[in-house]
Write a protein that binds this ligand. Structure first.
Ligand code: UD1
Ligand code: UDP
Length: 362
């Protein structure tokens, strides 16, 4: 009987989550293959993670590229169906909440292949987020649900998921952060971006912030207000480049807009920052571990543990300049809490459960 495990990755946040799981499974004598759907394809959105994180070259790249939700998800499903039929995996491992995650889940479920979801149970309860749709459907169909935090376990319980399928394992993205901590050099980042005093880092890519011109204009006003108080480095996701440039983002002399950075360079920059402004999911978690204050430009978060056990605060656009000023004038925290089990060993815990599952051991 097949013991093959197939990992599905495709978008930037998938790569640091998959790396520790793949590495931990190498310690077991079990066959695994890595699929890249091609959802992200620019060097700095994809290949740089493979070079920096010790990920193996993908066994297959489906090359699906960009498109509407339906077009991208459907193209991924068609390619994966044939691949799964050819390879006959025992288990498909999906990561996070992107369209590649959803596509693989739907295909595997219909082919009656077991599914493991890494980062299960996160909920923003905001149905306008495409990721929320992807999370809810993926968790409904997955057989093994790996949760990063107790709130995620509680959500799955409330949705009627059998507790035997839920595993609270910690956070594999944080495994990757802790494994690479020595490489995050704030001094190098300061020199690279010419920063001498306090500086902030920003990342922006949520459709609700960047897609609509009126949202982009409001966001740019807030960013300019913030930049009146502190220098900002903004490695800009390709999604928002056109709309934010059109709304005048690049015109403030205190904002440096740069291309997306490699993982090591990005976290070096974040480590040295006085604060971070973001709408990213992963960045809320990384700042929590690094003890860097994080203002999340969203009305909600699926990662409330970064507020209760970390450095994260939600902020609305109009309040951004004032909240930034308040952080700049408050003392730096010497210590801060971190979420339980975010200890660098989530990948090992996930691998142990997966290996038992593919070997049909209790
Ligand atoms: C996707 C995920 C989102 C995640 C984000 C991480 C979905 C529904 N969304 O959003 O949850 O937070 O990735 O970065 O899966 N583009 C490029 N080069 C690339 C990739 C994309 O230029 O390598 C541009 C294209 O114009 C594309 C747009 O970015 O249309 C959006 O890409 P897409 O993958 O559809 O969604 P993201 O906004 O990246
Ligand atoms: N990241 C990076 N370079 C950048 C911006 C982000 O390496 O310029 C990393 C960072 O570690 C982050 C991860 O990419 O946690 C995924 O980020 P993204 O915001 O794209 O996705 P999300 O977590 O919002 O789904």
């Amino acid at each position: 009987m097949s013991e093959l495990i197939i990992h599905i990755t495709g978008a930037r946040p998938n790569f640091p989550k998959a790396a520790p799981v793949i590495a931990a499974l190498r310690e077991h004598d079990v066959a695994q293959e890595l699929v890249h759907t091609g959802q992200h394809y620019d060097d700095k959105m994809s290949a740089v993670f493979f070079r920096q994180l010790g990920l193996p070259e993908p066994d297959v790249n489906l090359g699906v590229g960009s498109g509407s939700h339906a077009a991208q998800t459907a193209a991924t499903m068609v390619s994966l169906e044939q691949l799964f039929l050819d390879r006959d995996p025992a288990l498909v491992v999906v990561y996070g909440d992107v369209n590649s995650t959803l596509a693989a889940t739907l295909v595997a479920a219909k082919l009656q292949i077991r599914i493991a979801h890494v980062e299960a149970g996160l909920r923003s309860f905001d149905p306008t987020m495409p990721e929320e749709v992807n999370r809810v459907v993926t968790d409904r169909l997955a057989d093994l649900l790996f949760a990063t935090s107790p709130d995620a376990v509680a959500h799955l319980g409330n949705e009627g998921v059998d507790p035997n399928r839920i595993h609270l394992v910690g956070n594999p993205m944080i495994d990757t952060l802790l494994a690479n901590l020595d490489r995050f050099d704030a001094g190098v980042a300061r020199r690279e971006f010419g920063m001498e005093g306090d500086y902030a880092v920003a990342t922006l890519h949520r459709p609700a912030n960047v897609d609509d011109p009126s949202d982009a204009a409001a966001l740019v006003r807030a960013m300019h207000g913030m930049a009146d108080h502190v220098a900002v480095v903004l490695p800009l996701h390709p999604r928002g480049r056109g709309s934010l440039e059109a709304a005048g983002l690049f015109t403030h002399p205190n904002i440096s807009v740069v291309d997306p950075l490699g993982y090591v360079e990005f976290l070096g920059l974040v480590r040295g920052a006085r604060l971070v402004v973001t709408d990213s999911g992963g960045v809320q978690e990384e700042t929590t571990m690094l003890g860097v204050p994080c203002l999340t430009l969203r009305p909600n978060t699926e990662r409330p543990v970064t507020i209760t056990h970390g450095t994260n605060q939600l902020v609305v656009r109009d309040d951004l300049p004032g909240r930034v000023k308040a952080i700049l004038s408050s003392p730096r925290a010497e210590t801060w809490p971190t979420p339980p089990l975010w200890d660098g060993r989530a990948g090992e815990r996930i691998a142990d459960v997966i290996v038992r599952d593919v070997r049909r051991q209790p």
